[in-house]
Write a protein that binds this ligand. Structure first.
Ligand code: NAI
Ligand code: AKG
Length: 531
């Protein structure tokens, strides 16, 4: 039974889903990093919000971990690179709290424009401070959105309802989408020059960190209201403090801080500054949404291999997962075959899809092929880590698809380009193909030569010249070594030409056997393959 750790406050809905689906869920909120590392290897899944920080050390200690689920949007608390390298899927819930967070941004904008918290404090202190609070009307003012994705777009919709003019800076916002949302796409300098209110809605990345630097803020209009319900690191907090003190900024309302939990901060106590403790997503509805979603997604992955909203792995729906399973198995085995016979590595990989499989979601199938391919040389690799490992190695990857498959209903062919080496005249492309028949993977072609057979856990691969007596000698050699033959598949180009034998054997043969095989006349190459 898979086991997950819920390491941040999550609605009970998540626990119920895990339990109902037969997954054991431990709740341990507020663990220190050392405490988390000490127990991390017990879990297949880790469910977090933003307080728990699965960094490279935690991920390295979590030797059984398969999935990290973020009940929320921002994943800057998770080391996705480290997770990918260890083959751990990272998934979030990109829509579950978007409305709630957009509403919080609007609430913060109003609170700042009318200084509601300070007015409330003064009133309840018996001061009736009516003359101290003269606010700003928002209708017909310009709202500048930095980031116009899920949340930004929802803020835009609401701001338009408030009769505000909305301009947006987002390099990935298309003109069509801007028109659809009724916002004007502008560059950052234009936004700074025109906005009466700025609200941030980008993720925290190396590109967005400090996007509102001291220099950028200096370009903003005097009297600006600044709202940040995205991430603390997006804004220079010290510069905001100086500008609130000097009156360049009329007000600022922040839900997020560079250091959280923010028990102290340079902004605290600044004039017209409003703070909430990262409450953007804190509504009953949003917490229910993200908890349900993350628990369903993690359970789907752990139980059926379905992948939704992953940041480091192609999606596989629950419907697709069972259909893809045999093709994933075939691709991984073909990749493993190619990887084990590529003694000197490979420079390029081509994966050809024919027939039925060409019409399926091929990304996970390709990831499986690469996982098999890299396994011989890299060991600890899986479908999550393989594509990025291959990309980092500089090996070129391409894919083709043909709806028609001349012989089989479906066919996957893997071609690898092997490099020229001092000891090998085997240059150029090597190819292997297989099919799924009656739900089982079968190999149907090796080096362009047709043959037909199932994969066995241990196989002997022999590439030889087709000469009488060879098969007898091979059988005798295996018999002498006490090795039982389970399956025997032969292929050849033409009589007396290049040939191959693929022999399923019961158990691992001694190393000397391949040496003896290699020494047989007419044998060009012999290798034990493991699947
Ligand atoms: N305060 C809170 O409790 C919450 C905060 N958030 C934060 O809000 C962020 C945004 O969430 P969503 O809108 O759902 O994400 P999203 O991915 O839908 O939208 C982000 C937008 O930022 C844009 N962007 C990326 N780089 C940019 C750049 N250099 N300059 C300008 N725009 C850029 C993207 O193109 C995208 O349109 C999250 O990453 C998270 O950090 C999310 C939920 C709750
Ligand atoms: O889980 C939370 O309370 C924070 C939500 C958030 O910041 C996010 O979803 O990115």
């Amino acid at each position: 039974m898979p086991k997950v750790l819920i390491a941040d406050d999550l609605s009970q809905a998540a626990v119920d889903i895990f339990t109902n689906r037969g997954i054991e869920a431990d709740i341990k909120v507020g663990l220190s990093k050392d405490e988390l590392i000490a127990i991390a290897d017990q879990y297949d899944g880790l469910a977090v919000r933003s307080a728990c920080k699965p960094d490279a050390d935690v991920i390295a200690a979590a030797t059984n971990l398969k999935v990290i689920g973020r009940a929320g949007i921002g994943v800057d608390n998770i080391d996705i690179k480290a997770a990918t390298a260890k083959g751990v899927v990272v998934m979030n819930t990109p829509f579950g709290n978007a409305v709630t967070t957009a509403e919080h941004a609007i609430a913060m904008m109003f609170a700042a424009a009318r200084q509601i918290p300070a007015a409330d404090q003064g009133t309840q202190a018996g001061k009736w401070p009516k003359k101290s609070f003269v606010g700003t009307e928002l209708s017909y003012k310009t709202l500048g959105l930095i980031g116009c994705g899920n949340i930004g777009a929802r803020v835009a919709e609401r701001a338009k309802g408030l009769i505000m003019k909305v301009v947006a800076y987002d390099p990935f916002l298309t003109e069509e989408r801007a028109i659809e949302l009724g916002v004007e796409k502008v560059d950052l300098d234009a936004l700074l020059a025109r906005a009466d209110v700025i609200t941030l809605h980008t993720p925290l990345t190396e590109q967005t960190r400090n996007i509102l630097s001291k220099e950028a803020l200096a370009k903003a209009k005097k009297g600006l209201i600044l709202v940040n319900c995205a991430r603390g690191g997006l804004v220079d907090e010290t510069a905001v403090r100086e500008m609130l003190d000097s009156g360049h900024l009329a007000a600022a309302a922040f839900d997020v801080f560079a250091e959280e939990p923010a028990k102290e901060n340079v902004l605290f106590g600044a004039p017209n500054f409003i703070a909430t403790p990262h409450l953007g997503a804190a509504t009953v509805e949003a917490q229910e949404n993200v908890a349900l979603q993350v628990a369903e997604q993690m359970s789907d992955y752990l139980l059926s291999g379905a992948v939704t909203n992953a940041l480091n792995m192609p999606s596989v729906t629950a419907d697709e997962a069972p259909r893809l399973k045999p093709f994933i198995e075939l691709a991984e085995k073909l990749g493993a075959f190619a990887g084990q016979v590529s003694d000197h590595g490979f420079e390029e990989v081509v994966i050809e899809y024919e027939g039925e499989v060409a019409e399926l979601n091929r990304k996970p199938v390709t990831a499986a092929a690469l996982s098999g391919l890299l396994h011989a040389s890299r060991g600890d690799v899986n479908m999550v880590s393989a594509p990025s490992i291959l990309a980092e190695s500089g090996v070129k990857l391409s894919e083709t698809k043909t709806e028609e498959s001349p012989v089989y209903d479906n066919l996957i062919r893997i071609k690898v380009k092997v490099p020229r080496t001092a000891n090998s005249d085997e240059t150029g492309w090597r190819s292997l193909a297989g099919t799924v028949s009656a739900g089982r993977p079968r190999i149907v072609e090796v080096k362009g030569m047709p043959l037909e057979g199932a994969f066995s856990p241990v196989m002997l691969y022999v590439n030889n010249i087709d000469k009488p007596g060879f098969i007898g000698a091979l059988g005798a050699m295996l018999g002498e070594a006490g090795i039982n033959i389970a399956t025997f598949h032969l292929g050849r180009q033409d009589t007396g030409g290049e040939a191959i034998a693929l022999i399923g054997i019961d158990g691992q043969p001694p190393h000397e056997l391949t040496e003896k095989l290699d020494a047989l006349p007419h044998v060009r190459y012999a290798k034990v393959l493991n699947f």
